[in-house]
Design a protein around this ligand. Sequence first.
Ligand SMILES: [Fe+2]
Length: 464
Amino acid sequence: MSTGAETSTYSARQIGRVRDLLTRLHAVRRAAQFYPAVHPSVTEGIAELREVIDKFHSEGVEVSLALCEGEVLFGEQSMPQESILFDQLIREITALGVGTIEISRGYRPDELERAIAILASDVLDVEQHGGIERMGAEAGLSYVRLGAVRAFERLEEGEFDAERARESYEGAVELVREIDDIVRRNRVVGSGRIKGVVRSLVDNVVSSRETMLELTGLKSHDEYTFYHSANVAILSLALGSAITDDYRFLSSLGTGALLHDLGKMTVDLEILNKPGALTPAEWNEVRNHSVSGARTASRIRGLDKSAIVIILEHHMRFDGSGYPARTPRRPQHLASRIVAVADAYDAMTSRRSYSAARVHDEAMELLVRSAGTALDPALVRLFVTMMGVYPPRSVVRLSDGSTAIVLRPNASDPLRPVIRMIADADGSMLSEPVEVDLGASSGQDIVRCLDPADLNIDVDGYVL
Ligand SMILES: [Fe+2]
């Protein structure tokens, strides 16, 4: 896949043109399957495809398509809608073993013709030639490249940027918002968008865990479910990626984590937000959300089956004393145990109508107290190590009484992160916040975490 600067952002018009590119590719490939290369359906199809390729090239954009697990990417940009629309094309091309199609500036028309002929061949042909890359080499392709299906690959350092992390996060929130709307209208959700969003979350968490973890500090009281779902997905993926880099596992984990509370979307909001104690009937309805969520998820065509297990088991508790009860008792799946830790942490650190948000160190203490009963003790230990004592966005009090916001951890000393001082000891806000690396200065210590809501501090204003 191309890694040049052109992969980072495209204009809306260019993104729209990708659909045109795929439509023309699909058409000419079909034509080439039925007619000889000299037939007008093929030659005209090639000419139409060239038109759109040349338009990209004239704007300095390389044409680079990646196909993987039912999804299509243009450059590094996920194309969720096109992944659904061109599902058949993607499946047929990946069945040939083609994972990438790249067309560079300077390509010759006859080279494109040969590439289309290869894409129009059948699986047996490709196998007999020893694979797609060998076939391309034999056809003398150089500016048009057909790459083999590749396994999940970590992004190189430098390819990642904070803006993309933010887009990925917002994409996840938006997706849950849309799913909520669809489920409330009793309609069936499609799995294509879900796969695109999860892939983007996995890529971003694996390539820059800290930046993604920083985003989980974003909370919304009004849209709790949507932000909570995105946060649980990121926290789960961060914890999961500390255990394995197996893409399939992480992908199922991310999907289950993002949809873990799918069943709550059909529970009455008045019950979910009720400040007082629930009646037994209301409590039953809430408890039923894991079973009803798993049932809804099982109706999503193409959704990973392990994600359904996570939705079903996320309240089962490590010791099996939660719900739904399973007879005979079965141990909670590893992925469900991971999601349970992430769910507990994010719920505790969010403000709800029935409880205030807990500060980070308090939440960590409660997690440790639940280790061995509600939560897997090994995962809790790993989570505490991963999140550090003072994670990014924590508001902290320093030993001289001043206030600061944690920006990023210090790998060598978890107690001394890089901070931004925002108020002095008497509480007056600094007109110019000052960044201090506590690891490099010996003067101050962090005494404790503070609740930004108590101090009326807008953390986003200081860290973003
Ligand atoms: Fe839940």
